[in-house]
Design a protein around this ligand. Structure first.
Ligand SMILES: Cc1cc2nc3c(=O)[nH]c(=O)nc-3n(C[C@H](O)[C@H](O)[C@H](O)COP(=O)(O)OP(=O)(O)OC[C@H]3O[C@@H](n4cnc5c(N)ncnc54)[C@H](O)[C@@H]3O)c2cc1C
Length: 601
């Protein structure tokens, strides 16, 4: 037997962001002996970085808002590729989840009459984002962690990276294997159910708002265990990341800047978004600057500003302005809030943005505009999960949060992730606990799978020569940035697929030195395998989707194609190959179709 620490649980939740924390609270609350495992320190997940807020149709600012409008906005934003049932459950249950968070101690900003304040965000018809200044994720993580500790039944394993899922003879998930980052010692869990909540894969791209943790581990573990991913061609490039200085390129500039009144301008000072309004949103978008500015003051008096179109539309527009030579000195466009709001309001409403630009770029956003450009931000695709229970396509595996696919279709609306984590984290935790309760016998770990996993991860130490894994990672990031970025073509995608052959070969021969304790080179050699596998799925799916839709733009097929509106792409790992096939989109029932199609103007 491989020397290691072993544990047995009913449910193991991998990932301690908003989704994992919410799932662990629920699994434990439903009587399951639960472990929560995370790669970094507890509290340092991506969720803590979330700025703008949590989307939920509570109707606190606009009484007209309700779940149906939120559902409609989400489906339109996702270009109708979303799993409609997920979008429905999300819209219906998000308000309850936010009030629950408040009951657990979250202190949201307030309306004058004391209700939770909600702010505007792209693609949302009404001001809908519950927030805490521009530090909403911090409050969310703090509250969930406090509740988790209060519930007191969940064992936390932090700085512990999971590497493989383990499966029993019937093919059901029966555990997970990984290592402690501080020591490099191995650890395995025997369990009846695993909830995957590991987040996205944005670190594989060169310019990104994502942290080192986003290497698609959960996606890759699920693939290797036989589960299916969907919609992997849809990567969200957030329109507003910092472009200068180079050391912070890609760092997020929250959409709240535009939600609170900031506007986009090119180098001539033109508010160019008026030139990029697609037909789908024309009826509900302001035609003049005067109308857009009126909308900021009263949404019933005018139509919304095009600065707050969904992210895919705004990112493409910025890309076009820069390409046409109307960009800023550092290759972005301007985002101006200084001429729109008083300095004290900017400092109060956007404290993190104020400090971020002052400290990192020496720009005072109360006095001058910011320079911004698109940055890789969110993975719409993920582990295919069933809407009610988040059960993946193999028994014993559940998925929620950014590592799961379906909810956001081709493009996610801002604010819909934090609510997704709460709604589907709760559902996944509950379903995993119920599944575990219905599974008889004690789970055990198949030793041969552990031996194989150990052999896989220790290879880089045994080589006498080989490349540094960071070099291969940098080449992967550069390649994805150039060939599988915001605008794609068949030629470039094929070139990328060719390059995967050599990148995978190089990755299989990397060498690391030193011990396993806190060895970032070794950790990267493991993450690299995952990024390569998942990014190859993104590229293959992008090549097959010969149309432009949401977060996937093809220069050679610039329009949406109704035939592609009928399918999702499913990614699998079969016989050592990443494969992609088209699967039919589930039919939306008539009552929901009516909600989506009805035009309230
Ligand atoms: C700067 C920024 C601002 C954002 N602002 C907003 C916003 O205002 N509103 C909104 O709705 N969304 C926002 N988003 C998106 C949102 O924050 C994320 O989509 C969401 O937090 C993802 O949550 P999660 O629980 O799925 O994953 P995360 O919060 O990233 O958690 C992932 C967890 O998985 C763990 N993990 C990963 N791999 C492994 C492994 N192999 N083994 C063990 N553990 C592992 C990590 O350690 C971590 O604990 C923002 C994103 C960024 C980057």
């Amino acid at each position: 037997m491989i020397e290691r620490e072993t544990h047995t649980y009913d449910v193991v939740v991998i990932g301690a962001g908003g989704a994992g924390l919410r799932a662990a609270i629920e699994a434990s609350g439903n009587g399951a002996k639960t472990a929560l495992v995370c790669k970094s320190l507890l509290g340092k997940a991506h969720t803590v970085m979330a700025e703008g807020g949590i989307a939920a149709a509570m109707g606190n600012v606009y009484a007209e808002d309700n779940w149906k409008v939120h559902f409609r906005d989400t489906m339109r934003g996702g270009k109708f590729l979303n799993n409609w049932r997920m979008a429905q459950l999300h819209a219906q249950e998000a308000p309850e989840r936010v009030w629950e968070l408040e009951n657990w101690g979250a202190l949201f900003d307030r309306t004058p009459d004391g209700r939770i304040l909600q702010r505007d965000f792209g693609g949302h018809r009404y001001a809908r984002l519950a927030h805490v200044g521009d530090r909403t994720g911090l409050e969310m993580i703090r509250t969930l962690q406090q509740n988790l500790v209060g519930v007191g039944q969940v064992d936390v394993f932090m700085e512990c990276t999971m590497v493989e899922l383990l499966r029993d003879d019937s093919g059901a998930v029966c555990g997970a294997f990984g290592y402690w980052r501080p020591t490099g010692e191995f650890i395995s869990f025997a369990c009846k159910a695993v909830v995957m909540a590991t987040g996205g894969i944005g670190r594989a791209w060169k310019v990104t708002s994502n942290s080192w943790e986003y290497s698609g581990d959960g996606h890759a573990m699920a693939l290797r265990a036989g589960a299916e991913l969907i919609d992997m061609e849809f990567i969200q490039f957030h329109p507003t990341g910092m472009v200068w200085p180079p050391s912070v390129r890609g760092l997020l500039v929250t959409e709240s800047v535009r939600g609170d009144g900031g506007v986009l301008k090119n180098k001539f000072g033109d508010r160019f978004m008026f030139n990029y309004v697609p037909d789908l949103f024309r009826k509900e978008t302001a035609e003049t600057e005067e109308e857009a500015d009126r909308w900021y003051k009263d949404h019933s008096a005018a139509r919304r500003t095009p600065d707050l179109l969904p992210r895919d539309e705004v990112a493409r527009a910025i890309n076009s302005e820069v390409k046409a030579g109307r960009g800023t000195p550092h290759g972005g466009v301007f985002l101006d809030v200084s001429s729109r709001l008083p300095a004290d309001v900017i400092r109060r409403r956007l404290p993190s943005m104020y400090h971020q630009f002052l400290e990192l770029a020496d720009v005072d956003i109360t006095k001058e505009p910011m320079e911004i450009g698109p940055t890789c931000h969110y993975t719409m695709g993920g582990i295919r999960a069933e809407a009610e229970t988040e059960a993946a396509t193999i028994p014993g595996l559940f998925a929620c949060g950014e590592s799961a696919g379906g909810m956001h279709g081709a493009n996610r609306l801002g604010g819909n992730s934090l609510s997704d984590l709460l709604v589907f984290g709760k559902r996944a935790g509950e379903a995993a606990a119920q599944y575990a309760a219905g599974t008889s016998g004690a789970p055990s770990v198949p030793e041969t799978q552990v031996t194989d996993a150990v052999r896989g991860v220790l290879g880089p130490f045994e080589r006498v020569e080989g490349e540094n894994p960071y070099v291969v990672l940098q080449d992967l990031q550069e390649m994805l940035h150039n060939l599988v970025g915001i605008i794609r073509t068949e030629g470039e995608l094929k070139e990328a697929l060719e390059m995967f052959h050599s990148l995978k070969d190089r990755a299989s021969k990397v060498r690391v030195t030193g011990t396993r304790a806190y060895n970032p080179g070794w950790n990267t050699s493991i993450d690299l395998r995952n990024m390569l596998m998942v990014a190859e799925g993104c590229t293959k799916a992008a090549l097959l989707r010969r149309e432009s839709r949401g977060g996937h733009t093809r220069d050679d097929y610039p329009a949406p194609d109704p035939e592609f509106a009928k399918i999702n792409h499913a990614v699998r790992y079969e016989n050592g190959e990443v494969t992609v096939t088209a699967t039919p989109l589930p039919q939306m029932p008539d009552d929901l179709r009516q909600i989506v199609e009805e035009n309230p103007e």
